[in-house]
Write a protein that binds this ligand. Structure first.
Ligand code: ADP
Ligand code: MG
Length: 561
């Protein structure tokens, strides 16, 4: 075990490393945010485990991160006294990317730096960002509770492989030393570091300390012990009052909790008092993660109880259709020893879920007032929101208000149901829609002829989920939904008396023709009727009022039903 092992990075890591060093060159300082963020997570994890096992804190209970540098040697060191890692952890965490779907995701890389840097943003950068500024990275770490001799050293030049060896190390936690690239020596400078630390860690809830300038004696040797200065506020961001938090701090905190690289689109920060007490800080990301539709993709909020970190990805606080929301919830009254299992069936959690869901819906409603911003949101997450009415019956009308559709008057999915209703014709009391494969296909559908003639707007639904969505929407604003490709189309007051008479007459006079058509089509149709729907086309196929729609049939066929 003690011998030095040389191992290769997983292919995806190699690709990520290569891409990152190039794509993020102009924004190099973010490596420090990532390393501080990891150190803070490591301290959070230890604090949590120490609730049940106080001995893990050893003689060193004050959790903190220390940053020091050596200008002459061109090194930068971050040291935390958090949870640390053992050999297995190190190999898994600093040699692979565990997130499922990564390989697939990497295949999308184009080699075009601009496009790829967007992809990388969606992925998050993390530990490997150290190689943007470092020639060589050394990690020395001892897991909380492990023997001094069971510490590990990991080193890599970021060129495809890394080494691990066992070492002896007294302090608990992780020390990361960067041998800075020649052109990155600016990061071994106290003044520069102080600025970056301020920018990236004011929201972090533990002290981030920077080495104070050391006195040097006449031989150039260090004359006094290193002293540390805490640079950040060291209060968890969500515990501070809203008026005291700058927009930049909200954004930086988002990047920390969401492991995202881009700013969030919007957020909502709330303290709830009364029967239950908790604080939530919920963010809407700007971009959908690549694994939004992967079942195993991480989702959910970071759960804290009285400021102690408990769990990552606590899924129980929001419904599935809001799985893109990131953030934290900090409860004052849940027990500290709460587990995932207990979260599963807890009425207190359920009522928090109900309240947090409403929070998010309000946040989205507010966001929708800014049309352009909301369109950006809709492009990324609209499809997921469409799962809402099926999953969350109680809020279905509210969710319906947040949906956006294409229609006969707008190609883009930008028509809200409220827009539609406000444009309804006199005498119209239904919301008409048509489902199909593509916009081009539905737009040329004969079903629309009569609507064009009468100037009635029809929603055009071409997403896979649309038919399923419509099966869960009964009405909006008191108006029911009507699929124009289904059954007898009753336009009610919109049909003139002449139209109706003409149809009746035609049915009479064309009786024989209808019979003959029906006979020749045999089992393939259930009925043949005269219709006033068409103006140009001679005939149209219609689905029975109670039958499965075309999309649903296809989905079921694909599933082998
Ligand atoms: P992420 O933070 O999104 O999980 P990173 O690439 O930043 O991804 O880090 C990968 C993993 O390495 C972390 O999840 C953690 O398990 C481990 N790790 C990184 N830094 C530390 C640290 N300072 N102490 C303990 N574990 C760490
Ligand atoms: Mg990280």
């Amino acid at each position: 075990q003690a011998e030095k092992q040389t191992l290769g990075f997983q292919t995806e890591v190699k690709q990520l490393l290569h891409l990152m060093v190039h794509a993020l060159y102009s924004n190099r300082e973010i490596f420090l945010r990532e390393l501080i963020s990891n150190a803070s997570d490591a301290c959070d994890k230890l604090r949590f485990q120490a609730i049940a096992h106080p001995a893990l804190l050893e003689e060193d209970p004050e959790l903190r991160v220390r940053i020091s540098f050596d200008e002459k040697a061109g090194t930068l060191t971050l040291e935390d006294n958090g949870i640390g890692m053992d050999r297995e952890d190190v190999i898994a965490n600093l040699g692979t990317i565990a997130r499922s779907g990564t390989a697939e995701f990497m295949k999308q890389l184009t080699g075009d730096q601009k496009k790829d840097s967007h992809l990388i943003g969606q992925f998050g950068v993390g530990f490997y960002s150290a190689f943007i500024v470092a020639d060589e990275v050394t990690v020395e770490t001892r897991k909380a509770g492990a023997a001094l001799a069971d510490a590990v050293r990991w080193t890599s030049k970021g060129d495809g492989e890394f080494t691990v060896e066992s070492i002896e190390r007294a302090p608990r936690g992780t020390r990361i030393t960067l041998q800075l690239k020649e052109d990155a020596s600016e990061f071994a400078n106290g003044w520069r570091l102080r600025n970056i630390i301020h920018k990236y860690s004011d929201h972090i809830g533990l002290p981030i300390q920077l080495q104070k300038d050391v006195e040097v004696d006449s031989e150039g040797e260090q004359a006094s012990a290193v002293e540390w200065e805490t640079i950040n506020k060291a209060n968890a961001l969500w515990t501070r009052s809203k008026s005291d938090i700058k927009e930049e701090e909200y954004k930086e905190f988002y990047k920390h909790v969401a492991h995202d690289f881009e700013d969030p689109l919007d957020w909502s920060h709330n303290k709830v008092e009364g029967k239950q007490e908790y604080t939530s800080l919920l963010y809407v990301p700007k971009r959908a993660p690549f694994d939004l539709y992967h079942r195993e993709a991480p989702r959910g909020l970071k759960l804290y109880v009285q400021r102690v970190f408990i769990l990552d990805n606590a899924e129980q606080f929001l419904p599935l259709y809001l799985r893109f929301i990131k953030g934290v919830v900090d409860s004052s009254d849940l027990p500290l020893n709460i587990s995932r299992e207990i979260l599963q069936q807890n009425p207190q959690i359920d009522s928090m879920k109900t309240a947090l869901t409403k929070r998010v819906l309000s946040l989205l409603e507010k966001m929708a007032e800014d049309k352009e911003k909301y369109q950006g949101f809709w492009k990324e997450f609209g499809q997921v929101l469409k799962e809402g009415p099926g999953e969350d019956y109680a809020n279905r009308e509210r969710i319906a208000g947040l949906l956006r559709f294409s229609s006969t008057s707008e190609n883009e999915q930008s028509v809200s149901l409220a827009d539609y209703v406000s444009r309804m014709k006199e005498g119209q009391d239904k919301i008409y829609y048509l489902v199909g494969e593509s916009l081009a296909q539905v737009k040329s559908s004969p079903h629309l002829e009569v609507f064009r003639k009468k100037g009635i707007e029809v929603l055009l639904l071409t997403d896979r989920i649309d038919e399923w969505l419509m099966s869960h929407l009964n009405e909006f604003d008191g108006k029911s939904f009507v699929d124009v490709a289904r059954g007898d189309l009753d336009l009610g007051a919109l049909d003139s008396e002449e139209d109706k008479k003409a149809q009746e007459q035609a049915s009479e006079t064309k009786k024989d023709l209808l019979e003959r058509i029906k006979k020749s089509l045999e089992e393939r149709v259930s009925e043949v009727r005269v219709s006033t729907r068409l103006t140009d086309s001679p005939a149209v196929l219609v689905i029975g009022a109670g039958d499965l729609g075309v999309q649903m049939r296809k989905i079921l066929e694909a599933a082998g039903q």
